[in-house]
Design a protein around this ligand. Sequence first.
Ligand SMILES: C[S@@+](CC[C@H](N)C(=O)[O-])C[C@H]1O[C@@H](n2cnc3c(N)ncnc32)[C@H](O)[C@@H]1O
Length: 228
Amino acid sequence: MSDSQVLPTREGYDRWAATYDTMGNWLIELEEPEVYRVLGDVADSDVLDVGAGTGRHAIRLAEQGARVTALDFSEEMLARARAKPGADRVRWLAHDFARPLPFSRHSFDRVLSALVLEHIPGDRLVAFFRELGRVTRDDGVVVVTAMHPAMFLKGVSANFRDESGEIRPRSYTATLSDYVMGAVRAGFVLGDLAEVSVDSGLAARNERSRKWLGWPALVVMTLRRAPG
Ligand SMILES: C[S@@+](CC[C@H](N)C(=O)[O-])C[C@H]1O[C@@H](n2cnc3c(N)ncnc32)[C@H](O)[C@@H]1O
Protein backbone atom coordinates (compact mmCIF):
# COMPACT_ATOMS: atom_id res chain seq x y z
CA MET A 1 0.00 0.00 0.00
CA SER A 2 1.44 3.36 -0.94
CA ASP A 3 0.83 5.23 2.35
CA SER A 4 1.99 2.28 4.46
CA GLN A 5 5.07 2.71 6.62
CA VAL A 6 6.97 -0.40 7.71
CA LEU A 7 8.72 -0.04 11.08
CA PRO A 8 11.06 -2.41 12.90
CA THR A 9 8.76 -4.80 14.76
CA ARG A 10 9.53 -3.57 18.27
CA GLU A 11 9.19 0.10 17.35
CA GLY A 12 5.96 -0.67 15.51
CA TYR A 13 4.42 -2.30 18.59
CA ASP A 14 5.71 0.44 20.88
CA ARG A 15 3.70 2.83 18.68
CA TRP A 16 0.68 0.50 18.43
CA ALA A 17 0.44 -0.07 22.20
CA ALA A 18 -1.74 2.98 22.84
CA THR A 19 -4.56 1.73 20.59
CA TYR A 20 -3.94 -2.02 20.38
CA ASP A 21 -6.77 -2.90 22.77
CA THR A 22 -9.31 -0.40 21.52
CA MET A 23 -9.07 -0.49 17.72
CA GLY A 24 -11.66 -3.26 17.30
CA ASN A 25 -9.25 -5.88 15.94
CA TRP A 26 -11.45 -8.51 14.28
CA LEU A 27 -8.62 -11.05 14.11
CA ILE A 28 -8.48 -11.01 17.89
CA GLU A 29 -12.22 -11.54 18.03
CA LEU A 30 -11.84 -14.55 15.74
CA GLU A 31 -8.90 -15.89 17.70
CA GLU A 32 -9.93 -15.73 21.36
CA PRO A 33 -12.52 -18.52 21.41
CA GLU A 34 -10.14 -20.78 19.47
CA VAL A 35 -7.37 -20.26 22.02
CA TYR A 36 -9.59 -21.05 24.98
CA ARG A 37 -11.02 -24.09 23.20
CA VAL A 38 -7.62 -25.66 22.56
CA LEU A 39 -5.90 -24.63 25.82
CA GLY A 40 -8.58 -26.25 27.94
CA ASP A 41 -8.43 -26.17 31.73
CA VAL A 42 -5.27 -24.34 32.83
CA ALA A 43 -5.96 -24.19 36.57
CA ASP A 44 -2.87 -24.94 38.67
CA SER A 45 -0.60 -25.22 35.63
CA ASP A 46 2.51 -23.32 34.56
CA VAL A 47 1.80 -21.29 31.44
CA LEU A 48 4.14 -19.24 29.28
CA ASP A 49 2.72 -16.57 26.98
CA VAL A 50 5.36 -15.76 24.37
CA GLY A 51 4.82 -12.36 22.77
CA ALA A 52 2.12 -11.49 25.27
CA GLY A 53 1.62 -7.92 24.08
CA THR A 54 -0.90 -6.06 26.21
CA GLY A 55 -1.65 -9.24 28.11
CA ARG A 56 -5.17 -10.17 27.02
CA HIS A 57 -4.43 -13.90 27.20
CA ALA A 58 -1.94 -13.82 30.08
CA ILE A 59 -4.27 -12.01 32.49
CA ARG A 60 -7.25 -14.16 31.63
CA LEU A 61 -5.24 -17.36 32.06
CA ALA A 62 -4.01 -16.15 35.44
CA GLU A 63 -7.62 -15.44 36.43
CA GLN A 64 -8.38 -19.05 35.52
CA GLY A 65 -5.84 -20.23 38.08
CA ALA A 66 -2.69 -20.68 35.96
CA ARG A 67 0.75 -19.50 37.09
CA VAL A 68 1.52 -17.30 34.11
CA THR A 69 4.79 -15.91 32.82
CA ALA A 70 4.49 -13.45 29.94
CA LEU A 71 7.25 -12.24 27.62
CA ASP A 72 7.44 -9.47 25.09
CA PHE A 73 10.13 -7.15 23.76
CA SER A 74 7.90 -4.09 23.44
CA GLU A 75 8.16 -2.09 26.67
CA GLU A 76 5.11 -0.08 25.66
CA MET A 77 2.96 -3.16 25.12
CA LEU A 78 4.16 -4.53 28.46
CA ALA A 79 3.44 -1.23 30.20
CA ARG A 80 -0.18 -1.45 29.01
CA ALA A 81 -0.37 -5.04 30.21
CA ARG A 82 1.10 -4.28 33.63
CA ALA A 83 -1.42 -1.47 34.18
CA LYS A 84 -4.46 -3.72 33.77
CA PRO A 85 -6.57 -5.14 36.60
CA GLY A 86 -5.29 -8.61 37.48
CA ALA A 87 -1.84 -7.95 36.01
CA ASP A 88 -0.18 -8.47 39.38
CA ARG A 89 -0.94 -12.19 39.10
CA VAL A 90 1.33 -12.47 36.05
CA ARG A 91 5.12 -12.47 35.91
CA TRP A 92 6.02 -10.04 33.08
CA LEU A 93 9.42 -10.10 31.43
CA ALA A 94 10.92 -7.96 28.67
CA HIS A 95 12.68 -10.35 26.32
CA ASP A 96 13.51 -10.55 22.63
CA PHE A 97 13.03 -14.12 21.48
CA ALA A 98 15.74 -13.69 18.90
CA ARG A 99 17.64 -14.87 22.01
CA PRO A 100 17.00 -18.17 23.82
CA LEU A 101 14.09 -18.10 26.23
CA PRO A 102 15.30 -17.33 29.78
CA PHE A 103 13.98 -20.57 31.33
CA SER A 104 15.35 -24.01 31.98
CA ARG A 105 14.02 -26.94 29.98
CA HIS A 106 10.63 -28.43 30.80
CA SER A 107 9.43 -25.42 32.81
CA PHE A 108 5.87 -25.10 31.49
CA ASP A 109 2.73 -27.21 31.02
CA ARG A 110 1.28 -24.90 28.38
CA VAL A 111 3.05 -22.50 26.04
CA LEU A 112 1.06 -20.00 24.03
CA SER A 113 2.30 -17.94 21.12
CA ALA A 114 -0.58 -15.76 19.94
CA LEU A 115 -0.38 -13.79 16.69
CA VAL A 116 3.41 -13.56 16.85
CA LEU A 117 4.60 -15.94 14.14
CA GLU A 118 4.44 -13.48 11.25
CA HIS A 119 7.13 -11.42 13.00
CA ILE A 120 9.64 -14.27 13.06
CA PRO A 121 11.99 -14.23 10.04
CA GLY A 122 11.67 -17.41 7.97
CA ASP A 123 15.20 -18.56 8.76
CA ARG A 124 14.45 -18.28 12.51
CA LEU A 125 11.19 -20.23 12.57
CA VAL A 126 12.69 -23.61 13.46
CA ALA A 127 14.86 -22.08 16.20
CA PHE A 128 11.81 -20.30 17.59
CA PHE A 129 9.75 -23.50 17.71
CA ARG A 130 12.71 -25.38 19.17
CA GLU A 131 12.82 -22.94 22.07
CA LEU A 132 9.09 -23.38 22.67
CA GLY A 133 9.68 -27.14 22.76
CA ARG A 134 12.68 -26.92 25.07
CA VAL A 135 10.74 -25.10 27.80
CA THR A 136 7.64 -27.35 27.49
CA ARG A 137 7.20 -30.40 29.72
CA ASP A 138 7.00 -33.83 28.09
CA ASP A 139 3.22 -33.98 28.48
CA GLY A 140 2.80 -30.28 27.76
CA VAL A 141 0.92 -28.54 24.96
CA VAL A 142 2.01 -25.65 22.78
CA VAL A 143 -0.67 -23.52 21.14
CA VAL A 144 0.33 -21.25 18.29
CA THR A 145 -2.03 -18.86 16.56
CA ALA A 146 -1.09 -16.79 13.55
CA MET A 147 -2.57 -14.68 10.84
CA HIS A 148 -3.27 -17.17 8.06
CA PRO A 149 -0.68 -17.00 5.26
CA ALA A 150 -3.62 -16.72 2.83
CA MET A 151 -3.87 -13.13 4.12
CA PHE A 152 -0.31 -12.44 2.97
CA LEU A 153 -1.44 -13.34 -0.56
CA LYS A 154 -3.83 -10.40 -0.29
CA GLY A 155 -1.05 -8.09 0.86
CA VAL A 156 -2.28 -8.04 4.46
CA SER A 157 -0.01 -8.11 7.50
CA ALA A 158 -0.36 -6.75 11.03
CA ASN A 159 -1.14 -3.04 10.74
CA PHE A 160 -2.74 -0.10 12.44
CA ARG A 161 -3.31 3.56 11.73
CA ASP A 162 -2.18 6.59 13.63
CA GLU A 163 -2.04 10.27 12.72
CA SER A 164 0.82 9.56 10.27
CA GLY A 165 -1.13 6.92 8.29
CA GLU A 166 -0.92 3.15 8.13
CA ILE A 167 1.91 1.53 10.07
CA ARG A 168 3.07 -2.05 9.75
CA PRO A 169 5.41 -3.55 12.35
CA ARG A 170 7.78 -5.64 10.24
CA SER A 171 6.33 -9.01 9.25
CA TYR A 172 7.71 -11.84 7.16
CA THR A 173 5.68 -13.57 4.49
CA ALA A 174 5.39 -17.32 4.97
CA THR A 175 3.36 -20.24 3.73
CA LEU A 176 1.30 -22.59 5.87
CA SER A 177 3.87 -25.33 5.26
CA ASP A 178 6.63 -23.02 6.56
CA TYR A 179 4.74 -22.86 9.84
CA VAL A 180 3.80 -26.53 10.01
CA MET A 181 7.20 -27.84 8.91
CA GLY A 182 8.97 -25.31 11.14
CA ALA A 183 7.21 -26.93 14.09
CA VAL A 184 7.79 -30.49 12.86
CA ARG A 185 11.50 -29.87 12.19
CA ALA A 186 11.79 -28.47 15.70
CA GLY A 187 10.59 -31.78 17.13
CA PHE A 188 6.85 -31.29 17.49
CA VAL A 189 3.99 -33.53 16.55
CA LEU A 190 1.00 -31.69 15.14
CA GLY A 191 -1.98 -32.48 17.36
CA ASP A 192 -4.41 -30.24 15.56
CA LEU A 193 -4.41 -27.65 12.81
CA ALA A 194 -7.37 -25.34 12.31
CA GLU A 195 -7.75 -22.82 9.51
CA VAL A 196 -10.40 -20.39 10.64
CA SER A 197 -12.35 -18.15 8.29
CA VAL A 198 -14.39 -15.06 8.97
CA ASP A 199 -17.98 -16.20 9.40
CA SER A 200 -21.23 -14.31 8.94
CA GLY A 201 -21.57 -13.67 12.69
CA LEU A 202 -18.22 -11.89 12.89
CA ALA A 203 -18.87 -10.09 9.61
CA ALA A 204 -22.15 -8.76 11.04
CA ARG A 205 -20.51 -7.60 14.28
CA ASN A 206 -17.33 -6.15 12.85
CA GLU A 207 -17.57 -4.16 9.66
CA ARG A 208 -13.85 -4.31 8.90
CA SER A 209 -13.92 -8.11 8.83
CA ARG A 210 -16.70 -8.16 6.23
CA LYS A 211 -14.52 -8.08 3.15
CA TRP A 212 -12.81 -11.27 4.39
CA LEU A 213 -16.02 -13.27 4.76
CA GLY A 214 -15.21 -16.92 4.00
CA TRP A 215 -11.50 -16.27 3.58
CA PRO A 216 -9.01 -18.16 5.82
CA ALA A 217 -7.76 -15.53 8.26
CA LEU A 218 -6.34 -17.48 11.19
CA VAL A 219 -4.23 -20.58 11.78
CA VAL A 220 -4.33 -22.40 15.11
CA MET A 221 -1.76 -25.14 15.71
CA THR A 222 -1.79 -27.44 18.71
CA LEU A 223 1.63 -29.04 19.18
CA ARG A 224 3.07 -31.74 21.40
CA ARG A 225 6.69 -32.69 21.82
CA ALA A 226 7.60 -35.71 19.75
CA PRO A 227 8.44 -38.68 21.99
CA GLY A 228 12.13 -39.44 22.51
C1 LIG B 1 0.11 -9.02 17.28
S1 LIG B 1 0.92 -8.79 18.81
C2 LIG B 1 0.17 -10.10 19.74
C3 LIG B 1 0.14 -9.79 21.21
C4 LIG B 1 -0.65 -10.80 22.02
N1 LIG B 1 -0.07 -12.12 21.94
C5 LIG B 1 -2.07 -10.84 21.51
O1 LIG B 1 -2.38 -11.82 20.82
O2 LIG B 1 -2.81 -9.90 21.75
C6 LIG B 1 2.56 -9.44 18.54
C7 LIG B 1 3.45 -9.27 19.76
O3 LIG B 1 4.67 -9.98 19.52
C8 LIG B 1 5.73 -9.20 20.07
N2 LIG B 1 6.98 -9.60 19.41
C9 LIG B 1 7.23 -9.66 18.09
N3 LIG B 1 8.49 -10.06 17.86
C10 LIG B 1 9.06 -10.25 19.08
C11 LIG B 1 10.35 -10.67 19.51
N4 LIG B 1 11.34 -10.96 18.64
N5 LIG B 1 10.59 -10.78 20.83
C12 LIG B 1 9.59 -10.50 21.74
N6 LIG B 1 8.35 -10.09 21.39
C13 LIG B 1 8.09 -9.97 20.07
C14 LIG B 1 5.32 -7.77 19.77
O4 LIG B 1 6.01 -6.83 20.57
C15 LIG B 1 3.83 -7.81 20.01
O5 LIG B 1 3.50 -7.46 21.34
